[in-house]
Design a binder for this molecule. Structure first.
Ligand code: DC
Length: 235
C-alpha cells in the first residue's frame, strides 16, 4: 500500500468519542506513509489553555475573555520518532499527555462549541491537508473540514463498550478512575457533540459506517484498508 507513485488522497475519520478513531487513523497513516492529525487534540489543547487561565471549569465559561485571548494560542504538531506519533504542542510546550486528563475531557465540549474556536482550528486543519496524503480524525472532518475527502469513514460503537475500553486504558496507566464517571462523560460528550449548533457531529451523506463494537483492531484495520484500496482505484 505504501507506493509513492499512487495518487494521494484525503481520509476523513469521524465518529463518537472513544471509538478508537485515533488508533485506527494513526496505524493507517503509518502504513500509507501519510500524515496523521488528531483534530480532537487541537480542541483539547485549546481547552487546556483556557482551564489554566481559569476561564472554563465547574460548569462555567467566560466567553468574552476566551474570545479576547484566542489569538494568544498557537497549536502545532511535532513528530516524535520514538513513538512514531505527531505530538501536540501548545505555545511551544508539549501537552500530549496533559490533554488526555479527565479535567480536559470534561470541559472540551464547551470549548469545541464556540464558533470562533472552530473557525481558527478548521482553517489550520485545511492548511495541513493542502497536499493531501493525510488521515485526519475528529467530528466534522468529512462534513466541514474536508467535504471533498476521497474516503470518509464514520465510526461508532456501543457506549458501554467505549467506556470499558477507556477505563482499561486508564487503569493500565495506573490512573484512579471510576467506570460510571467515564460512561457519563462519554454519553454527555456524545449528546453535546450531536446537538451543538456549530458543526454538530453528523455522518456525511457519503461516509461509510464502521461499527466496531465487536471487532478487533486487526478486523477494523483490514476493513478500512479494503475501502482505501477501492477509493484509490476509483480516483
Ligand atoms: O476525539 P477527542 O475525544 O479527543 O475529541 C475531544 C473533543 O473535541 C470532543 O468532545 C469533541 C471535540 N472535537 C470536535 O468538536 N471536532 C473535532 N474535529 C474533533 C474533536
Amino acid at each position: 500500500m505504501n507506493d509513492s507513485s499512487e495518487k494521494k488522497i484525503i481520509i476523513a475519520i469521524d465518529g463518537y468519542s472513544s471509538c478508537g478513531k485515533s488508533t485506527v487513523a494513526k496505524e493507517l497513516a503509518r502504513q500509507l506513509n501519510y500524515i496523521f492529525i488528531d483534530s480532537g487534540a487541537m480542541y483539547r489543547a485549546v481547552t487546556l489553555f483556557f482551564l489554566r487561565e481559569g476561564l472554563v471549569g465547574n460548569g462555567k465559561i467566560n466567553l468574552p475573555a476566551i474570545l479576547e485571548k484566542l489569538q494568544l494560542i498557537r497549536i502545532s504538531f511535532i513528530f516524535n520518532a520514538a513513538t512514531s506519533h505527531n505530538e501536540v504542542f501548545l505555545n511551544g510546550e508539549n501537552v500530549e499527555m496533559e490533554i488526555r486528563q479527565l479535567a480536559v475531557a470534561q470541559n472540551v465540549s464547551q470549548i469545541a462549541a464556540i464558533a470562533e474556536v472552530r473557525q481558527l482550528l478548521v482553517a489550520q486543519q485545511q492548511e495541513m491537508g493542502r497536499s493531501k496524503g493525510i488521515v485526519m480524525d475528529g467530528r466534522d472532518i468529512g462534513t466541514v473540514v474536508f467535504p471533498s475527502a476521497e474516503l470518509k469513514i464514520f465510526m461508532t460503537a456501543d457506549p458501554r463498550i467505549r467506556a470499558k475500553r477507556r477505563y482499561d486504558e486508564m487503569i493500565a496507566k495506573k490512573e484512579s478512575v471510576d467506570f460510571d464517571e467515564i460512561l457519563t462523560n462519554i454519553t454527555e460528550r456524545d449528546r453535546y457533540d450531536e446537538t451543538r449548533a456549530e458543526s454538530p457531529l453528523r455522518r456525511a451523506a457519503d461516509a461509510i459506517v464502521l461499527d466496531n463494537s465487536y471487532m478487533t483492531r486487526e478486523e477494523q484495520f483490514a476493513w478500512i484498508l479494503d475501502k482505501v484500496r477501492e477509493k484509490r482505484n476509483e480516483n
